[in-house]
Design a protein around this ligand. Structure first.
Ligand code: ADP
Length: 368
């Protein structure tokens, strides 16, 4: 059975980012995880040279896969945190992307995005996915929020993905009828890596292509929050049929949401609509409704951009408890008013996707 040391020894045969120093001595290895025969290695590289590092990445992966007892290996390229964080203004824009290729067997891919973190994007993404499944669709969730993957927490998953019968691809983890894949299944929670556009693209492409998704009607992609280069790259790397932007009613969040809307416009991804989360509060004792923040801003914002308003989700303790507890409200209390709010959103998304969606234009990158 291979150990972490065996992985490092195997990487000695692969030249590191400078082209000659062996990877194990290059100082570029950011983390090695090995559990149940599943290996994950992060290699830190200069974001500007990421595209040229693909050969090194693939060679490292092949070496690890060849070790006895290693069932699957995933090697990704990461970058150290730059001052100001991964989405700071003025960060290098991604290069012109490859054409986004369809994923075999997957009919529609939608992005769930937000202009900033903490608005409940992941909570909405998972309940939306469960709502679509409740409508009879085959649904997968790709947790592409590499900055803070929440699928393990939201779905209560601690295991690691297995290798598919073909021996090549990873099997998504199945829970509540959904197929799930997340970087959080592979890296330790405290692995403090910050991803830049090109690295994110490398990991994301692997998750799209090297996971045995099978036949899906809809794949829901939980995007990283924000509108920086990583997000923009992603919006172009994934062959998206449409995007959903989650916002809270506060003004600041709406300004951010506006950036999210603009980002999808830039890359010609149709905006399916805007969801207002934490929209209002219903008192659990008296049933009275309070609009804590100026309510209705997301609807206004959506309409101002000619995008449908997909619905509002209350600020509610059970939504938080169920999503933090690993059984989101749509499965744990499907008849509750809160679950019905998500189901109504899911119905509108299904309509937008399958009944009214015009064929999307070829993705085009317009910022030079
Ligand atoms: P994001 O993906 O935007 O960072 P999360 O989905 O992780 O946000 O949500 C952030 C926190 O807010 C979580 O603890 C989650 O349970 C909670 N939360 C999200 N939506 C709601 C809601 N409608 N009512 C109450 N709590 C919520």
């Amino acid at each position: 059975m291979a150990t972490k040391d065996d992985i490092l020894a195997a990487l000695a045969a692969v030249p590191g980012p400078d082209g000659h120093t062996p990877l194990d001595q290059s100082g570029a290895i950011d983390g090695v995880t090995l559990r149940d025969g599943k290996a994950f290695v992060a290699i830190r590289v200069d974001p500007a040279k990421a595209a040229a590092m693909e050969g090194m990445r693939a060679a490292a992966e092949a070496r690890i896969k060849a070790l006895p007892g290693v069932k699957s290996a995933l090697v990704t390229l990461t970058a150290e945190a730059a001052a100001g964080g991964p989405t700071r203004p003025g960060a290098a824009q991604p290069r012109r992307p490859r054409e986004a290729q369809p994923v075999a067997g997957v009919a529609k891919i939608i992005a769930v995005a937000s202009g900033k973190g903490g608005v409940g994007k992941s909570t909405v993404a998972c309940n939306l996915a469960l709502g679509l499944a409740a409508l009879g669709l085959k649904v997968g969730v790709l947790d592409a929020d590499v900055f803070g993957p929440s699928t393990p927490r939201l779905f209560g998953i601690t295991g690691k993905p297995d290798l598919a019968p073909d021996g090549e691809k990873m099997k998504p983890i199945e829970k509540f009828g959904l197929k799930l894949m997340s970087i959080g299944f592979l890296v330790d929670e405290n692995a403090a890596v910050v991803w830049r556009g090109p690295m994110v693209m490398s990991a994301l492409t692997q998750f799209l292509r090297d996971v045995a998704w099978g036949e899906l009607d809809v794949m829901v992609v939980d995007m990283p929050p924000g509108t920086g280069d990583a997000q923009l790259t992603m919006a172009q790397t994934v062959p998206l049929s449409g995007a959903v932007v989650v916002s809270t009613p506060q003004d600041l969040s709406l300004i951010d949401a506006r950036r999210g809307i603009a980002m999808f416009k830039q890359v010609n991804v149709p905006l399916l609509g805007v969801i207002e989360n934490m929209s209002y509060f219903v008192c659990p004792h008296c049933g009275g409704r309070s609009d804590i923040f100026a309510h209705g801003g997301a609807r206004h914002e959506a309409e101002a951009h000619g995008a449908p308003f997909l619905g509002e989700i209350p600020l509610d303790m059970t939504i938080r408890e169920t999503s933090d507890g690993g059984a989101p409200i749509v499965v744990s209390a499907p008849d509750s008013p809160q679950a019905k709010a998500f189901l109504a959103v899911a119905e509108r998304v299904r309509t937008a996707l399958f009944e009214t969606a015009a064929p999307r234009a070829t993705p085009r990158f317009v910022i030079e």
